[in-house]
Ligand binder design. Structure first.
Ligand code: NAD
Length: 355
């Protein structure tokens, strides 16, 4: 099948080309992001292959349909950015890669924890400058600390297992209990208890209406002084203004982010010769106890190989008329939203009384 691959970077091309040796699709690599202006580039292609920050709203989908595109083969898990109602109306099939490597993201979350605790970025810069002073570099023993993990699905469960290996006690919160996490000795608790006791809080739940700004001023107020917060899930789980205030007051002792609310304007691009226009993001970068990575938690060789293989298999299934497994429909999304917002579960997951 002829496929227009949008937002191509050298690494995406490398893995898609290698995997395509056993699929034989005709892949045309385009550097452009998919948006209203670039959509006509898809004319003559039966499928487009967009990435996580490409634009897939109704006007873009309409243009793709006018170009006779029939398949949107996302090479990512998330589909928040796709107007599924419009896709359905236009007769476009949307497919995604639901899972590629939960280990990649879990291990990155732990890397952020370790780097923040032992101040690896500061010490790296100091030592290169011939400064071997230890002032300001003291860490803490993780053994015996309390980890608070919010969301114990595929990724959160692996984080729990790794942190248990370090000797941390596990307090966890989810709408559903995961037996594998219970088997680690973790205790499922309400958010208030998790906030009050955790030394390190790591977010592994999806972005839904119930979790948008889960970590806001009120949640931060309930946390221990000097707590560490890690977000490798979705930027909007965290109210960035609130965390900046908490960093200034010392309530938040450490912050590790792989995702940011307004990341579409920044991440995946080389902006090193430009002036960053986002003042909130720029303020975040001024704190010595903050590490930001640019949505790279997924970015391992294993994950890239899996993403490429599944994306190309999705395209093959569609071509053969047997695309079922990884199709994202409005019904699938409704089912997920329903699951997340089931009344009594929604109440339990709500961050504050009456919220
Ligand atoms: P998953 O679906 O396996 O697990 C998510 C868990 O969150 C589920 O157990 C679910 O019940 C729980 N949950 C849902 N709503 C909740 C709520 N309101 N309160 C508490 N828990 C809730 O997903 P996963 O594969 O573990 O991925 C987790 C998140 O990681 C994804 O949603 C995605 O946003 C993020 N992610 C980030 C990257 C990256 O590169 N940074 C890559 C992949 C995924």
């Amino acid at each position: 099948m002829r496929v227009a691959v949008f937002s191509t970077r050298p690494y995406s091309m490398e893995f898609l080309k290698a995997a395509n040796a056993s699929f034989g699709h005709e892949l045309v690599f385009l550097e452009a992001h998919l948006n209203e202006q670039s959509a006509p580039l898809a004319c003559g292609f039966a499928a487009v292959c967009p990435f996580v920050n490409d634009q897939l709203d109704a006007p873009v989908l309409k243009k793709l349909r006018e170009c006779e595109v029939r398949l949107i083969a996302l090479r990512c898990a998330g589909h928040n950015h796709v107007d599924l109602a419009a896709a359905q109306e236009l007769g476009l099939t949307v497919m995604h890669v639901p899972m590629y490597s939960p280990y990649a993201v879990a291990e990155h979350a732990v890397a952020l924890i370790m780097a923040l605790n032992r101040k690896l970025c500061r010490t790296y810069n100091r030592v290169r400058d011939g400064n071997f002073s230890l002032d300001g570099l003291m860490g803490f023993d993780m053994n015996g600390c309390v980890a608070g993990i919010i969301g114990t699905g595929r990724i959160g469960a692996i984080v729990a297992r790794i942190l248990q290996g370090f000797g941390l006690r596990l307090l966890v919160h989810d709408l559903h209990q995961n037996p594998a996490v219970l088997a680690l000795g973790a205790r499922y608790v309400e958010l208030a208890e998790l906030y009050a006791q955790a030394d390190i809080i790591s977010l592994h739940c999806p972005l839904t209406p119930a979790t948008r700004h889960l970590i806001d001023e009120q949640a931060l107020r309930q946390m221990r002084n000097g707590v560490m917060l890690i977000n490798t899930s979705r930027g909007a789980l965290v109210d960035t203004h609130a965390v900046i205030e908490a960093l200034k007051s010392g309530k938040l002792g450490y912050l590790g982010l792989d995702v940011y609310e307004e990341e579409e304007e920044l991440f995946f691009e080389d902006l090193s010769s430009q002036v960053i226009q986002d003042d909130v993001f720029a303020r975040l970068l001024t704190f010595h106890n903050v590490i930001v990575t640019g949505h790279q938690a997924f970015f391992t060789r294993t994950a890239m190989e899996n993403i490429a293989r599944t994306t190309l298999q999705n395209i093959r299934d569609f071509e053969a008329g047997c695309a079922v497994v990884n199709v994202v429909s409005l019904e699938v999304r409704k089912r997920l939203t329903g699951r997340y917002l089931r009344p009594q579960e929604g109440e339990r997951s709500t961050k504050h009384e009456g919220h």
